[in-house]
Write a protein of this length. Structure first.
Length: 222
């Protein structure tokens, strides 16, 4: 389903807004406007068109919710052009231009079975979602992280590389299991440090070396 025209009535700051779009395959429609001119409202309107206007929508701050309506001309395959109307209300609030209700299963078919969460995470990303998903991006958890990792050229491979490096580090000598069977701890046990309390310079040098070693192997404590 591709949008050809979007009309907002009494939605957000707009008494009425008509936005023509190019629905041809391969075309990308870019909306450019200064901050505060309603770009985020348009994104919210697309979500409300597809999944319903929330009962406590913040988009009634200027005009209220009476008469709130979103109309869209869409191009679908194989149905061709359709006009969909979403009103604010309870129950099934999506209809065709002649008022015929659109059943929920038909709406789901038109949008490929996606739900609101999928739309928000794949097509409705905003600054808040990106910030809240920061940890997911690092650890490759959750759908936001998975999608953006895939779009970013395979960051999952980076995570796997880091895990492999961690395993190699532990094979050399895990700071939490100082066993002489590990190469680094075996070497240290063969040549133990000798520290003399009456030589502060040697003590400082010893602490510096151990501090560096602990930083590399997972602990800064000496």
């Amino acid at each position: 389903m591709r949008l050809a025209h979007l009309c907002l009535e009494r939605f957000g700051p707009f008494e009425r807004l008509d936005l023509p779009l190019d629905p041809r395959p391969g075309c990308v429609n870019v909306v450019v406007a200064p901050n505060g001119f309603g770009k985020s409202v348009l994104r919210s309107a697309v979500g409300s068109l597809l999944f319903g206007i929330p009962n406590r929508t913040p988009m009634g701050f200027r005009h209220g919710t009476e008469g709130m309506r979103i109309t869209a001309d869409v191009v679908t395959v194989p149905d061709g052009p359709l006009r969909l109307v979403r009103r604010k209300g309870h129950g099934n609030t999506l209809s065709l231009a002649d008022g015929t209700p659109v059943p929920s299963d038909e709406c789901s078919r038109l949008i490929g079975g996606a739900d609101r969460a999928v739309f928000d995470e794949l097509f409705g990303l905003d600054t808040a979602l990106l910030r809240s998903g920061g940890q997911e991006l690092i650890q490759s958890r959750g759908r936001i992280g998975q999608v953006l990792f895939a779009a970013g050229g395979g960051m999952e491979r980076v995570r796997k590389l880091l895990e492999a490096l961690g395993r190699d580090r532990d094979e050399l000598g895990n700071v939490g299991a100082r066993h002489k069977s590990r190469p680094i701890w075996g070497a240290l046990s063969a040549t133990p440090f000798r520290v003399f309390s009456d030589t502060p310079a040697l003590v400082d040098e010893h602490r510096s070396c151990c501090g560096w070693f602990g930083l590399v192997f997972g602990s800064g404590a000496v």
